[in-house]
Design a binder for this molecule. Structure first.
Ligand code: SF4
Length: 376
């Protein structure tokens, strides 16, 4: 904790704020996207926007794993939960995400379906060992940080000879989402936020390294600075981005050198490559269908693939018309632009996915900025 405190020092934050103000040019705007939901949470929790000049705008990106799961995928999880044979093991936040027809895993549990909250993929394996007469399905979501643990439990299930364990795989890839945000062909269909540079995610980058972002710097001429999650990390990374933009550079820089290398964690990458392969396309809430953006379980581990085992087939599902989550996830709108923010939709009664997880933009706004917004 003492170590962390050093990265939250108020006087140092104010000092960095002054350095940023000195570097910012008054004749231009800076639109910087924090890709990761962890950054969105940290930005609001520590009041980072209040330390920035008005012409430095932070745009929330699609890096909240709970927020970006498309409704048809969540509907399939609910379908699994209603299978009499199944114990569905899920991370807690997923239970409260609204699915189509006002359903959720929490409501499924309330009517007697066996939905268990787990903190890790390993707990799902333990459940399968404890309940040999049931089918335990692990509802796997998340970016590259949570993918290696899922790969590990599949390998472990094979080693243990577990026949009643499978994974409903919804793992997604960060670089594909960044590309979708920048990609010109999608602009007409979904709209495009102005993004001058990216704060790159830290935990994801410990796995994939800094190298995958080099493509965006080179091809799209957008600087990327990988940043830690503490407020001084974020402020230092913002200053690095502003300096790059002022100097006309578009490079990948690594502020989070204490955790991220250029090549990432090769052991974890090898484990993921052993178990998973790319899906040709995968649907994201807010981004639509994105090519090569999701992972599925390879045929050689097919017996652990819940989609194959239970014959799951996606069906179209309509979003709640009032909910602005898709536009918020894409960086086109802010939570306050949603007409039901803080009134009909609150963390106790989330209407959209962005109000569920603490990494969701709406939940973070509600928790840390609602008072400010109300008095504005
Ligand atoms: S406030 Fe609620 S309904 Fe509105 S965009 Fe956010 S999550 Fe969706």
């Amino acid at each position: 904790m003492r170590y962390i405190r050093g990265f939250r020092d108020g006087a140092a934050a104010r000092g960095l704020s002054r350095l940023i103000a000195a570097e910012v040019r008054s004749d231009r705007e800076y639109h910087l996207m924090e890709f990761c939901g962890g950054h969105t949470h940290a930005v609001f929790r520590h009041g980072v926007p209040d330390l920035l000049p008005d012409n430095v705008q932070l745009i929330h990106g699609p890096g909240c794993p709970v927020c970006v799961l498309a409704m048809p995928r969540l509907d399939l999880a609910i379908e699994l939960a209603f299978d009499e044979r199944v114990v569905l093991a899920s991370y807690g936040d997923m239970l409260r995400v609204p699915a189509s027809r006002k359903r959720s895993l929490l409501k499924a549990r309330a009517v007697g379906r066996d939905v268990r909250i787990v903190q890790s993929a390993t707990e799902a394996i333990v459940l399968a060992q404890q309940h040999p007469d049931r089918e335990v399905v692990f509802f796997a979501i998340g970016f590259e940080t949570t993918t290696p643990p899922t790969a590990l439990v599949i390998l472990e299930a094979r080693r243990l000879g577990l026949e009643n364990f499978s994974v409903y795989c919804n793992h997604v890839l960060t670089p594909s989402a960044i590309r979708s945000i920048l990609d010109a062909p999608k602009v007409r269909e979904l709209g495009q936020a102005r993004v001058d540079g990216f704060l790159g995610p830290s935990h994801v980058s410990t796995i994939i390294g800094a190298r995958p972002y080099e493509f965006f710097a080179e091809e799209y001429q957008r600087p990327v600075v990988i940043a830690g999650f503490e407020p001084l990390d974020v402020l230092a990374a913002i200053r690095m981005l502003i300096r790059q933009l002022n100097e006309g550079r578009a490079e990948v820089e690594n502020q989070f050198t204490r955790g991220v290398t250029r090549d990432g964690n090769r052991k974890a990458q090898a484990m993921v490559a052993e178990v998973f392969e790319l899906r040709p396309e995968f649907e994201w809430r807010g981004l639509g269908m994105v090519e090569y953006s999701g992972l599925r379980i390879k045929k050689r581990y097919a017996e652990f693939d819940a989609e194959r085992r239970f014959g799951l087939v996606e069906k179209p599902a309509a979003e709640n018309k009032a909910c602005q989550c898709p536009a918020i996830i894409r960086g086109l709108k802010k939570p306050m632009d949603c007409p039901i923010f803080g009134t009909v939709c609150t963390p106790r009664n989330p209407i959209g996915s962005c109000m569920v997880s603490s990494e969701g933009a709406c939940a973070a706004w509600y928790q840390y900025r609602n008072g400010l917004a109300a008095s504005a």
